[in-house]
Design a protein. Structure first.
Length: 695
């Protein structure tokens, strides 16, 4: 193993989690290749755990699973033959967390059935921060509620501390069906009956009798979990197989981690996220509201819409400076247009369609209930702007000399998102994008994408965000030739490299299968103040839509050519970006974005005239200012405006009136500063200047 000890070197190699070898056929001795290129011979029937033990006791204790020929497997599952092996420890955090969360889900299901026999279990996957399991309570009791969670948690800890071995077994389809039917597990039986005959089906047994149908992998035993590293969070309604026509279940959510320290850090993040929730702050700051009369659409209040207007003005300046031309396109277009573009086939269920009809009028002149004729033409409210931008591009004859053409639109779109998926400003049905499409030649693609990378960087820096750049590659189902996809993906790689962002500093990563059906895309993932990531900006290199909608330009050779169409956005949608900003800044928006930048508050009514003078001068300087001359104590006024997240409170009394000063209380600062009114105006004017307008 080299100059280092076997355990030290092997543990260092585990973090890389890769190995090299090839199959050598079934023999009594298996050849197992390790990450450092060395090969160990093991007896047939050996497991990755045996290899770890052969290397050293430290590694045997640390190894929790294995990657065998690229597949994550149980540490105690025997090798099928010669193999590439990489052992997984808790240092491989992403894989270790997924394994632990999967195990927590199984322990949850076992605990619920142990406490309430007759409970039916369905499925329970790992999630980004934990796990859940869908269950159906016995007919003898009400559905599970949050009141049941402490008892379930206690039972889960009991199961974990019992250190029950988790063993993999292969069953036939009929064995599974017979078991689930005999035990009254109707949901599991239904699922088993739909599995293909002849497929290898696996179950995992926890200790003795309890088992669940599962592909795995799992940890070696329940004792590998930390009993203090999980917490059940909430319950919610769910439907069997996600269909409202099916039986209603209870979904029990939990969060699970590798140790208590990680759990506590997560709970603290959740607590902080709760304080920053944009829905809560939106109410407190009087920014917006949502209600059933317009489900999934936002009612913007004056203060909230001021934030919108400032963002829109900022983005217009950035786009104007980058050579974009702003356009406006229709909200409703004939369905045939969407069929031609390919969106109707992919997104029809998420589009709002309306028949193009004329309502009938009855004898009294009142509008009768309209009837949709069999031959009615259908229109669709646009879920995206791109087809309309192609139609604008196609007006007249375009020469190669005019390219690139950059068309931008603050485009309002509608998507029929499921009710259960809607979430404040973060996921809505009506939204407005800072959308644009660049039509260019093949030779211009890399430079246009590179320029966009720099533009996006400027914007995100102005808002104080760090970010990662990722490349989403071709999905399984897609339009276009492999040659076009090869070219489009490489162009995006080249552009990011030329922008200096294809490196670890920018978190560069490629995401197989996550591109759109018509194009690969670069994605910008912002990191907020409490470490959460948000995917916002994107640029996609599309050769499909220009072909489907017959867009062309006249080249230098006098022939018609297809342009490449780059779809791009930086904010993504204004609604979601404002929600992200509210949570990132915990409502304490930068002064230039704050709907109210200052409040002048008087201590005594005798200072009202001076207060009015201060307000007038602030307004004349372009500051968004309000006055508070109410007959209330100044501490009350300070608390109220602090809750509303007003950046600056200018307090004036008779002393300030006599001296021409103000006491400036800045949000988040403990000490107030007394300064002349003119100095205060200069201070606020500088803070209120958008970052792109500062010299």
């Amino acid at each position: 193993m080299g100059c280092k000890s076997a355990v030290t070197r092997a543990n260092a190699l585990l973090a890389r989690a890769f190995g090299l070898t090839r199959w050598h056929g079934m023999t009594e001795l298996l050849k197992i290749s390790l990450p450092d290129g060395s090969v160990r011979e093991m007896e047939a029937g050996s497991t990755p755990g045996d290899v770890a033990a052969a290397i050293g006791p430290g590694l045997a204790k640390a190894a929790i699973a294995a990657r065998v020929n690229g597949e994550v497997r149980d540490i105690n599952r025997p090798f099928d033959g010669d193999a590439e092996l990489a052992l997984i420890t808790s240092r491989d955090e992403a894989e270790a967390l997924e394994l632990a969360r999967h195990d927590f889900a199984h322990v949850l299901a076992e605990a619920v059935q142990a406490l309430w026999p007759g409970t039916q279990i369905t499925f329970g996957p790992a999630t980004d921060d934990g796990f859940y399991y869908d269950v159906k309570a016995p007919d003898t009791r009400d559905p599970f509620s949050v009141d049941d969670l402490p008892a379930i948690e206690e039972k889960m800890r009991e199961i974990i501390k019992a250190d029950k071995p988790l063993t993999r077994e292969v069953w036939t389809r009929q064995q599974l069906i017979d078991k689930w039917v005999a035990e009254g597990e109707t949901f599991k039986a239904e699922w088993a009956q739909e599995l293909p005959e002849g497929e290898e089906l696996t179950v995992y047994r926890s200790g003795g009798d309890w088992l669940d149908m599962c592909r795995g992998p799992h940890l070696a035993s329940t004792g590998k979990l930390d009993p203090e590293a999980f917490k059940l969070m909430r319950v919610a309604g769910a439907y069997w197989r996600g269909d409202q026509a099916n039986a209603q279940l209870t979904r029990i959510y939990g969060t699970g981690w590798l140790n208590k320290k990680q759990l506590n850090a997560h709970l603290m993040r959740l607590e902080e996220a709760g304080k920053r929730d944009h829905r809560k702050l939106g109410r407190e700051m009087d920014l917006f509201h949502l209600q059933e009369e317009a489900h999934g659409s936002v009612f913007w209040h004056p203060k909230g819409y001021r934030i919108w207007r400032e963002l829109e003005a900022y983005m217009r300046r950035k786009m104007d400076g980058a050579g974009y031309q702003e356009i406006k396109t229709p909200q409703v277009m004939d369905v045939r247009q969407w069929e031609q573009s390919g969106h109707w086939g992919k997104y029809a269920e998420n589009m709002f369609a309306v028949p193009d009809i004329v309502p009938e009028v009855d004898e009294d002149g009142a509008a009768a209930t309209p009837k949709i004729a069999a031959d009615a033409q259908w229109m669709a409210i646009k879920p995206m702007n791109c087809p309309a931008h192609v139609l604008v591009f196609k007006q007249g004859i375009t020469s190669y000399r005019e390219l690139p053409i950059r068309l931008g639109e603050m485009g309002c779109c509608h998507r029929n998102e499921p009710h259960g998926a809607l979430h404040g400003l973060m996921r809505v049905r009506q939204f407005t994008q800072d959308d644009a499409h660049i039509f260019c030649t093949e030779e211009q693609v890399v430079e246009e994408v590179r320029a966009f990378c720099r533009l996006a960087d400027e914007v995100y820096q102005d808002f104080g965000f760090s970010y990662h750049v990722k490349l989403a590659l071709r999905p399984g189902q897609r339009f276009g030739s492999d040659a076009d996809w090869d070219k489009a993906e490489q162009e995006l790689r080249d552009a990011v490299a030329e922008a200096g962002m294809a490196n670890e500093e920018y978190g560069w990563e490629e995401l197989p299968g996550e591109g759109a059906f018509y194009a690969p895309k670069l994605e910008w993932h912002l990191t907020d103040a409490i470490g959460r990531t948000w995917q916002v900006g994107t640029i996609q290199g599309d050769r499909v839509l220009p072909e489907r909608l017959d867009a062309n330009y006249v080249g230098e050779d006098g022939e018609r050519h297809r342009p490449v169409m780059l779809h791009r956005a930086i904010f993504g949608s204004y609604e979601r970006f404002i929600g992200i900003l509210i949570e990132h800044f915990a409502g304490r928006l930068p002064v230039w974005l704050a709907p109210v930048q200052a409040v002048v508050a008087t201590i005594v009514s005798d200072a009202d005239e001076y207060g009015k003078e201060a307000v007038a001068k602030l307004e004349a300087a372009g500051i968004r200012v309000e006055s508070d001359f109410r007959n209330e104590k100044i501490n009350y006024k300070v608390r109220e405006h602090s809750l509303a997240k007003v950046p600056h409170l200018l307090v004036v009394g008779m002393r300030e009136a006599e001296e021409g000063t103000v006491a400036v209380r800045t949000l988040g600062e403990k000490e107030q500063r007394v300064m002349s009114l003119n100095d205060a105006i200069a201070l606020l004017k500088d803070a209120a200047t958008p970052p792109d307008l500062k010299s």
